[in-house]
Unconditional design. Structure first.
Length: 192
């Protein structure tokens, strides 16, 4: 009798978990980004990627400065992937260079600044996790937000973003460029 009750409870727990996973699984739509962000306009490059779960594109401003944007959409029920891991696995010698807190039209964006090596020279990048107006500069803070914020916890997808540029001798100008584009990307993703 007890064995039957335990088996029924175990099976019921399994079926409940299975149903919960199935209700949170959603097909990802093809990611898109606007062709323009303020004064920044996209241009075709070998860097461009458009897949259901990721879009990567370069933008250029009137001063011929470029910024690369990568947005990855991940299912909330999927294993947490971190874009920093991609840099590490690509042997890009990624080094964290602090956090940036960027004012946007909607809210403050929290991002991690990373310096890394690229085959075409050194790069700087801002990385963050986002859903709605919630952002986190690292995976540990994102895990906390994803368990405490209903906006994030109940969402079918979240975004990981990288905004990168060539590292110049003028670090402040590099950061200003990335901050400008990051705020625009953040505000765009708030709408989704």
């Amino acid at each position: 009798m007890i064995c039957g009750a335990l088996c029924a409870a175990t099976f019921g727990s399994f079926r409940f978990a299975q149903a919960r996973i199935q209700t949170q699984s959603v097909p990802l739509q093809v990611m898109t980004l606007p062709k323009e962000f303020g004064t920044w306009k996209t241009f075709e490059s070998a860097f461009d990627i458009t897949k259901p779960e990721v879009v990567a594109r370069k933008y250029i401003n009137g001063g011929d400065q470029w910024v690369g944007v990568v947005v990855r959409s991940s299912s909330s029920s999927a294993v947490l992937h971190d874009l920093t891991s991609c840099l590490i696995h690509a042997d890009a010698k990624a080094q964290v260079d602090g956090e940036q807190h960027i004012a946007t039209k909607t809210k403050t964006l929290d991002a991690t600044m990373v310096n890394f090596k690229h085959k075409f020279g050194p790069r700087r990048a801002l990385l963050w996790f986002q859903k709605g107006d919630q952002s986190a500069s690292n995976r540990w803070t994102w895990r906390l937000i994803s368990t405490t914020s209903p906006t994030v916890r109940d969402a079918p997808v979240y975004y990981q973003v990288e905004v990168a540029t060539a590292a110049s001798d003028n670090k402040e100008a590099d950061i200003a460029r990335m901050n400008e584009v990051s705020a625009l990307v953040f505000d765009e993703l708030v709408k989704r």
